[in-house]
Design a protein around this ligand. Structure first.
Ligand code: HEM
Ligand code: NAG
Ligand code: NAG
Length: 321
């Protein structure tokens, strides 16, 4: 039996979120209710199955959605494989070790078996990110569906992603260009409650190549030591963003209060008085973090979506039709 999900306790939350997205035509919470009623269940089961054997993929799926949406909108352009004639987004150094592609492939294959040509890869990424957050202990939220897949994926578009050395002024500006408030930028950065960064993303903080030749003063000295040790294993060695890398919680914000943010772009949120208050609020109140994060994720999931005939539904998420 198929039940439009989350009737009950979360109905209220859903109404609030739906209310704020009415401007986007073509998308709706129950978009696949008639055309592919099991789509959400298939994605959820596929995600849960994969995360059970590899919890680190929760971070991968969340990050994949972020990267997809920030480049060319949420249109699954991030999934396209390069071809002889086209270098795709995926091959950018800014792909920064994305993981979880095979989870999307698996869900897509199962969905195609049931309802061919109906469910977009862009929606599958958005649902998978949402399910990964919940699996890791984060908030439960519903998202509108109906995105179409884009027909463009170019390596040169990836300049739109924020680099790890950005300070909060630069982050505010870049997220602002995508329509996000300062608070939304901070709460979305809370996605770093999941996962790890590679040494190459933070090693410049361990020894500043300036006159002092010193460790970044906004970085806790003991943490710097641990990070340096990790880096002994090379540029690809991974360091967790917080002490619970597979759990979606607010420990990321607590870490920032202790100068234990891993990236410059993390710690800057606490260093800058403009964003420090928001960090403190989320560090103190996880429920507030969860609620604001859900809303910001719904909003991020609507960035430049290609509904209607502005896009397609791919058969294979890795290839434009
Ligand atoms: C605020 C600007 C942001 C910057 C500068 C940034 C940068 C980065 C960098 C450099 C990494 C590590 C990549 C590596 O070294 O392999 C990373 C990982 C990650 N990012 Fe972000 N990110 C930002 C925002 C976000 C947002 C908005 C989300 C999602 C809501 C997100 C989710 C993640 C996750 C989950 C990981 C861990 C991935 C894994 O372990 O596989 N990030 N980010
Ligand atoms: C990421 O980009 C590098 C080139 O910078 C490429 O070698 C690698 O295969 C890409 N990773 C993925 C998962 O596509
Ligand atoms: C952030 O970086 C920009 C560009 O490097 C610089 O002009 C600005 O002064 C920095 N802002 C802060 C608050 O450090």
């Amino acid at each position: 039996m198929v039940i439009p999900h989350f009737i009950g306790a979360f109905f209220i939350v859903e109404l609030i979120i739906t209310g704020s997205i009415i401007g986007v035509d073509g998308l709706s919470m129950d978009y696949y209710l008639m055309s592919c009623p099991f789509a959400e269940t298939i994605v959820k089961n596929t995600v849960n199955r994969n995360l059970q054997s590899n919890p680190a993929l929760a971070a991968g799926l969340l990050r994949m959605h972020f990267h997809d949406c920030f480049i060319e909108g949420c249109d699954a352009s991030i999934l396209i494989d390069s071809t002889k004639d086209n270098k795709a987004e995926k091959d950018s150094p800014a792909n920064l070790s994305l993981r979880g592609y095979e989870v999307i492939d698996e869900a897509k294959e199962e969905i195609e078996n049931q309802c061919p040509g109906v469910v977009s890869c862009a929606d599958i990424i958005a649902m998978a990110a949402r399910d990964a957050v919940l699996w890791a202990g984060g908030p439960l939220y519903d998202i509108p569906k109906g995105r179409k897949d884009g027909r463009r994926s170019k390596i040169e578009d990836t300049f739109n992603l924020p680099p790890p050395f950005f300070n909060s002024t630069q982050l505010i500006k870049m997220f602002g260009q995508h329509g996000f408030s300062v608070q939304e930028m901070v709460v979305l950065s809370g996605g770093h409650t999941l996962g790890t960064a590679r040494c190459s993303s933070f090693k410049s903080r361990l020894r500043k190549f300036d006159a002092t030749n010193d460790v970044d003063p906004t970085l806790d000295q003991n943490l710097a030591k641990a990070m340096s040790q990790t880096c002994n294993a090379g540029d690809d060695a991974e360091f967790p963003f917080d002490s619970s890398k597979n759990a979606f919680d607010n420990l990321y914000f607590n870490a920032l209060q202790r100068k234990a943010g891993v990236l410059t772009s993390d710690q800057t949120l606490f260093t800058n008085p403009k964003t420090r208050g928001i960090v403190n609020a989320y560090a103190m109140n996880q429920a507030m973090f969860f609620f604001d994060f859900s809303q910001a994720m719904v909003k991020m999931g609507l960035l430049d979506v290609k509904e209607g005939d502005k896009g397609e539904v791919r058969e294979n998420c890795r290839r434009i039709k």
